[in-house]
Design a protein around this ligand. Structure first.
Ligand code: CU
Length: 133
């Protein structure tokens, strides 16, 4: 009888252990899926320092003897799109709302741009001049 009780206790311990393990595994797979789902729909409003440029030139303007602003204007006329080049790492973002009025006004200039960033595209909500300039 004593021996049987001992066996039962061991069996119960094993069952309990498996149950806890399964619960932990379920929790782990849940928390693994959660950030992935969030990343897929992630849009973030951010403000960044950078330059309004165009998709033809990107970070460097190729038209000699012209100001950056004129170069962007020429490129846009030639069918290019406005882009945003960050100061921090010269990353080039596409701009979703090409008709945003300040894009033409601030072309070629250093600006403080606020918008919704999604992957490599920004929907611009505000273009301000950087402080101290
Ligand atoms: Cu250009």
């Amino acid at each position: 009888m004593i021996r049987r009780a001992k066996w039962f206790a061991v069996a119960a311990a094993v069952v309990a252990c498996v149950a806890v393990g399964a619960a932990q595994a379920a929790k782990a797979s849940q928390s693994k899926d959660a950030p992935k789902a969030a990343a897929q729909t992630q849009t973030q409003t951010q403000t960044m320092m950078g330059k309004i440029s165009d998709s033809m030139c990107g970070a460097k303007h190729g038209m000699g003897g012209k100001s950056d602003a004129d170069c962007v204007a020429e490129c846009i006329k030639g069918g290019a799109q406005y882009v945003f080049v960050t100061d921090k790492d010269s990353k080039i973002y596409k701009i979703a709302n090409q008709k945003f009025a300040d894009l033409a006004v601030r072309a070629g200039q250093d600006v403080q741009l606020t918008g919704t960033f999604k992957d490599d595209t920004i929907t611009v909500s505000k273009i301000a001049m950087p402080k101290g300039k």
